[in-house]
Design a protein around this ligand. Structure first.
Ligand SMILES: [Zn+2]
Length: 303
């Protein structure tokens, strides 16, 4: 068996695993992402996972973006201590192994394509709907990363050039309609009054999904609006690069039917051309493990 070391770096959690070419995990570990000196925490995690396990032949890293694959640097929005951080070189020095890097959502797409809900597809769009919206493309079985590694930023595709200003500086971005905080924001602005049942409850997309499932009309309308923006983006992406499959993960995908039912219905309304209409939408089956699986796949493709 040939093993690779897969690493997934996010704003709240670092994860690493030794993975074989069939996707089986022999050793793994996680730890919280510290506010400062993330590299020391990552180095300790890597040592813990590698020690006593089979020797990996390469390293694949999925990291929150934006990133620059030419320079091998990352500047994750939610990790202020890393700006232009030379992650690829630091991990290569630490492990002495060939090291490849991609965005975490690109790794999500690659993982779902390899082992998850997109296993039988040739060309797939993976979407992570959470605090923000990330995405990644696998075209004809290969990850589409782009010249600097930023391909697949579908959350910042404009579905309304006259729409609201997005935090990215653009206008009418999908994220402005369909991310968890924006679903809740629109609902609150339109008269949603969340009844909170426990100390864990907040006026967020999780409670909004519960209310939508119970038939609250504003909550239902918020998911309809979010689904319409996603459907526009999906139809545009399918028209541009011909995908057969969409896999949606991230916290908001846990809303289930209140998101996926309107999404499928509205995509049917939005899409015209036969190959766009043929796109199939699935919920992620790997969940939080998808990005790690994709990082492993990325590393094994580099061998
Ligand atoms: Zn944007």
């Amino acid at each position: 068996m040939t093993y690779v070391l897969a690493i997934d770096i996010g704003g709240t959690k670092l994860a690493a695993a030794l993975v074989d070419e069939e996707g089986s995990v022999s050793r793994s570990g996680t730890r919280p992402t510290p506010r400062t000196d993330v590299m020391s925490a990552l180095a300790a995690l890597i040592t813990e996972v590698i020690e006593g396990g089979p020797s990996p032949k390469a390293v694949g890293i999925g990291c929150a973006g934006p990133l620059d694959l030419v320079a091998g640097t990352v500047s994750p929005v939610n990790m202020p201590s890393w700006r232009g951080f030379p992650l690829r070189e630091e991990v290569r020095k630490l492990t002495g192994l060939p090291t490849v890097l991609a965005g975490d959502a690109q790794c999500f797409a690659l993982g779902e394509h390899w082992l998850g809900a997109g296993r039988d597809s040739t060309s797939l769009l993976g979407i992570v709907v959470s605090t923000g919206i990330g995405g990644g493309l696998v075209i004809d079985g290969m990850p589409l990363l782009g010249p600097t590694g930023n391909a697949g930023h579908v959350g910042h595709m404009s579905i309304d050039p006259n729409g609201e200003r997005c935090e990215c500086g653009g206008r009418g971005c999908v994220e402005r309609y369909s991310s968890g905080p924006n679903l809740a924001r629109w609902a609150l602005e339109n008269g949603w009054s969340p009844t909170l049942e426990g100390p864990e409850d907040k006026a967020d997309a999780r409670v909004l999904a519960r209310h939508a499932a119970a038939g609250d009309p504003v909550a239902v309308a918020a998911f309809e609006r979010g689904a319409r923006a996603l459907a526009g983006m999906i139809a545009s992406t399918a028209a541009a690069v011909e995908i057969t499959t969409v896999v949606i993960g991230g916290g908001v995908s846990a809303a289930g039917k209140v998101l996926f039912d309107p999404l499928e219905r509205i995509l049917d309304d939005v899409a015209g051309l036969a190959f766009v209409r043929a796109v199939r939408i699935h919920q992620s089956t790997l969940g939080v493990q998808a990005a790690l699986a994709g990082a492993a796949r990325l590393a094994s493709m580099a061998l």
